[in-house]
Design a protein around this ligand. Structure first.
Ligand code: F0G
Length: 523
């Protein structure tokens, strides 16, 4: 029935085959809170505890009753959903509420303007495009200033000023060519320097989406390299080497030539110009394997970026919306952003929406006239986002307290498992309801079944398949950290569910410890 007249499946069939081989290709028919249901061969509903949580888009769980009721009301009332180029009060209210929450958490008061989009990658690209527009305008202002300096130099020479000999040398011209030759050489050189494409900075392990621009900010080479000709490039910084950022910035330092007339002398100096368009980072790397960025690294990013006037884009698409126990995970490490991006749970698990927030001091209103999307800031998703924010903020931030407290409880369970199975579990980590359990790679196991999947990089998926088929728990490794299972349940995670996770993970650890590949690997 789902192959139509062609007789073959047409919507990314290869991916379905890959999921099938790990035994995780289950079709779900209903969802609520942390549970997905499928129907078995007899038509009976089978509940599955879902720790994937829509890749982090379900902080309130599947089909939150209040969000669903609100969605129903909006649709029943015939609310305008697509009325582009008319006032958008709901988007304004979402932006106002986001500002209120962010100001409370960071203690800052500078407004952030909001550019809405539809997906995470799109919000990242809107932020990056804005940063490049801003960089271009700063470069243009600099170029204008330098042109005025050259004009003053010309006038100074006409009035008898002398040109320093090393100026000709630096510009690659000869004294015989005079001031006109020098000016022409400087202009040519500067045009060439300014035409250099911008560079981005991001930590190793970064993930910011898979569109043309955002995938170049994504560290995983398999995702990034085939498309590197399509967009500007990123220098990736190791997070565990404190000096690496400053070193990279030194290596890539870009200068432009400034001809200055002063006290009867014309000289040529080098001035730095903004080559780096933005530093983009997640406060807790999600797809990279649940890696919490340390305060020291955050401070270094802030320090270096201030020095070179490079905006900091904090991608809270996965870590934000309360998942870390605070609205913004970055607020917990003192990281402040010129730009924030939010998506995933912003749509309350029902709508698709995202936003790039831009600090007033960097904001260029021209951007609004050159960037847009048919679907962005539509009436439906804006009102769902507003409702989602209200639910997170309700009862003096009960949702954040739950994320913190439930997360700590689950993490302590994971830590005990690690202590009991040190030969199986390499690490457990994360913050709030953004947790990871990393397994040792098992290349040394005596079980031929386990060794084969480990060597193929499939151990995480095989454990996932086992947890689903034997324990009705849905959890996946992340794309770039294949031995790390990522857990992002909703704030409704209860003690019984945590106990199920505990028992299932202990059972899996026993099989791996005992090298019982026959029972671990899905037939
Ligand atoms: N930024 C971050 C931090 C993300 O985690 C993701 C997606 C994106 C941007 C892109 O958002 O998919 O809506 O375009 N992360 C997923 C993951 C898919 O597996 O962690 P998108």
């Amino acid at each position: 029935a789902n192959t139509g007249s062609t007789g073959i499946k047409l919507a990314e069939p290869h991916l379905e085959d890959v999921l099938s081989s790990a035994g995780i290709n289950v079709e779900y028919t209903r969802a609520e809170r942390n549970t997905l249901y499928y129907r078995d061969q007899d038509g009976q509903e089978v509940p599955v505890l879902d720790l994937v949580g829509g890749f982090g888009s379900l902080i309130l769980g599947h089909n939150d009753p209040e969000i669903v009721a609100h969605a129903r009301e909006l649709l029943a009332a015939g609310t305008p959903i697509h009325a582009q180029f008319s006032p958008h009060p709901h988007a304004n209210r979402v932006a106002a509420e986001l500002n209120r929450v962010i100001h409370r958490e960071t203690g800052d008061s500078e407004p952030y303007f909001a550019v809405f989009a539809n997906s995470g990658a799109e919000a990242v690209e809107a932020a990056v495009k804005h940063a490049e527009l801003d960089r271009g305008l700063r470069l243009a202002a600099l170029a204008e200033e330098l042109a005025a300096h050259r004009e003053s130099a010309r006038e100074a020479v006409a009035a008898g000023a002398t040109v320093r000999a090393d100026a000709f040398e630096t510009a690659g011209t000869a004294p015989e060519d005079g001031i006109e030759g020098l000016i022409e050489a400087v202009e040519r050189s500067n045009d060439r320097r300014l035409a250099r494409p911008p560079l981005f900075l991001a930590p190793e392990g970064a993930f910011h989406g898979k569109l043309m621009g955002s995938v170049q900010l994504t560290h995983n080479e398999a995702f990034r390299l085939p498309f590197s000709a399509l967009a500007a490039q990123t220098r990736f910084i190791p997070v565990d080497q404190p000096d690496a950022l400053a070193k990279t910035v030194r290596e890539e330092r870009a200068v432009i030539l400034d001809l200055v007339a002063e006290d009867g002398t014309v000289s040529l100096t080098e001035r730095p110009f903004p080559l780096f368009c933005a530093f983009v980072l997640e406060p807790i790397q999600g797809e990279g394997g649940i890696k919490v960025i340390g305060e020291e690294f955050a401070r270094e990013v802030q320090r270096v970026c201030r020095e070179i006037d490079c905006p900091v884009v904090v991608d809270e698409i996965q870590s934000g919306m309360g998942r870390s126990g605070a609205f913004l995970a970055s607020s917990l490490i003192g990281l402040r952003a010129d730009y924030y991006t939010l998506a995933k749970s912003l749509g309350g698990g029902v709508a698709k929406t995202s936003v790039a927030l831009i600090r007033q001091g960097r904001y260029r209103k021209e951007f609004e006239l050159v960037h847009s999307s048919t679907f962005a800031k539509d009436g439906f998703s804006s009102q769902i986002a507003l409702k989602t924010l209200q639910l997170l903020e309700a009862d003096d931030g009960r949702a954040y307290r739950l994320a913190r407290e439930r997360g700590e409880k689950l993490l302590s369970v994971l830590e005990l498992i690690r202590a009991d199975f040190p030969e199986v579990v390499k690490d457990v980590r994360g913050r709030g309801l953004m947790l990871g359990i990393e397994f040792h790679d098992q290349a040394e196991t005596t079980s031929p079944e386990i060794r084969a999947v480990a060597e193929a990089g499939f151990l995480g998926y095989v454990i996932s398949g086992h947890l689903l088929n034997e324990h009705r728990i849905r959890v996946f490794p992340t794309g770039s950290s294949v031995n790390t299972l990522r857990m992002e349940p909703s704030i409704h995670l209860d003690d019984e569910e945590i106990e199920r996770i505990r028992q299932a993970l202990r059972a899996v650890c026993r099989l791996i410890r005992d090298q019982d590949g026959g029972r671990l690997v899905h037939a």
